[in-house]
Design a protein around this ligand. Structure first.
Ligand code: ACO
Length: 324
């Protein structure tokens, strides 16, 4: 049997037009630009327009990724959308995106792992490609967290934004692609910490959508340890060293978490892609949005070893290592 590998083919991202600055938020809740920048590094976030759905953001990101990859939508046979803010409870947002792209083959489904969603979705797509169940996969992180924020709660509403990112993966014969492709993935969940970060509504429990609730400082304490563990595991599983990694693409939650992980693992800060100042925490969309920025500005280049990581509600966490 031919050993298969999932190889990166292209990336795209989309942020809604409307930008809300920290100063804008300070008109709504008791906060300040200084407080938000000092505690998080976030300066602004993009907020979806009325009627603009998670699928709309995902479709726009997907089109850019397909264009960057030089792949026709008709070639896609697997779509995985990581989202905690689907258009509807069902069908999956992935099915809506599939139809909008004109894809009529293969399969499409959503993954729910909150801020870790993109790493989970990428892992599902990689597993399917390696197993021969898909040839060309579209992995999307898309969110409209603005719809589940309590805009009167200054401890959460300043942190999040809306957006989407998408990555195209293609199946390749491992013997011909050298060390390119997804080299390892690592996923973890610990549901005992459910109450640190959750939404207080849902179809079964409350028959409502609910609002995001978070114990911020407790989440912060878990983040550095879990993210570091995931990165160490992903690197070990691929048989490489942390110092071999060219670029770190973290979930864009908070600059202090990024800095804490870099310090703990002795990673030079200039190897860590940070884009959160411009869009805040876009949950499952944040890794592909940051990845897209770094590909388009020329930092991430073919041949580079890239380590992606995330942690989120669940708690969930994980990492994926790829040579581009
Ligand atoms: N503006 C001004 N003051 C605020 C604000 C605000 N937006 N939010 C909270 N405060 C106040 C608090 O009320 C508190 O006041 P008090 O001392 O009078 O009670 C004070 O600031 C300190 O509050 P803390 O919660 O202790 O502040 P902390 O330094 O922990 O920072 C923060 C809060 C930014 C939320 C931090 O805990 C954090 O980033 N946690 C991680 C959360 C996160 O990133 N979650 C995203 C999902 S999970 C993930 O993606 C990894």
């Amino acid at each position: 049997m031919i050993a298969r590998r999932s190889v990166f083919a292209g990336i795209g991202a989309h942020l809604p037009d409307r930008v809300v600055s920290n100063a804008d938020l300070a008109q709504q809740v008791e906060t300040s630009d200084d407080w938000i920048v000092e505690r998080t590094g976030i300066r602004r976030r993009h907020i979806a327009a009325a009627g603009e759905k998670t699928s709309d953001l995902g479709i726009a990101a997907a089109r850019k990724a397909l264009e960057a990859a030089g792949v026709d939508a008709g070639e896609i046979d697997m779509i995985v959308v990581a989202t905690a803010t689907p258009d509807l409870t069902f069908p999956a947002t992935a099915a809506r995106i599939q139809a909008a792209l004109g894809v009529t083959r293969g399969f499409a489904f959503d993954v729910q792992a909150v801020c870790s969603g993109f790493i989970y979705a990428l892992t599902m797509a990689d597993n399917a490609i390696v197993r021969g169940q898909a040839e060309t996969a579209l992995v999307i992180g898309a969110e409209t967290f603005s719809r589940i924020l309590d805009w009167s709660d200054r401890t959460t509403c300043v942190l999040f934004g809306d957006g989407a990112g998408a990555m195209v993966l293609k199946a390749a014969d491992a013997a011909t692609v050298g060390d390119r492709g997804i080299l390892s993935t690592y996923l973890r969940t610990d549901g005992r910490f459910h109450d640190l970060l959750y939404v207080d509504g849902g179809p079964s429990q409350t028959q409502s959508v609910g609002h995001l609730r978070m114990q911020g400082s407790a989440v912060f304490r878990h983040a550095v340890d879990h993210i570091s563990e995931a990165m160490i595991e992903a690197v070990a599983r691929a048989g490489v060293k942390m110092t071999d990694v060219d670029w770190f693409v973290p979930h864009q939650a908070n600059q202090r978490i990024l800095d804490g992980v870099a310090r703990k693992l002795s990673i030079p800060p200039d190897r860590v892609i940070s884009t959160l100042a411009d869009h805040g925490n876009t949950s499952a969309a944040s890794v592909p949005i940051a990845f897209d920025v770094a590909v388009r500005d020329g930092r991430i280049k073919p041949g580079h070893l890239v380590l992606m990581e995330a942690m989120g509600g669940g708690l969930t966490w994980g990492a994926a290592l790829a040579r581009i």
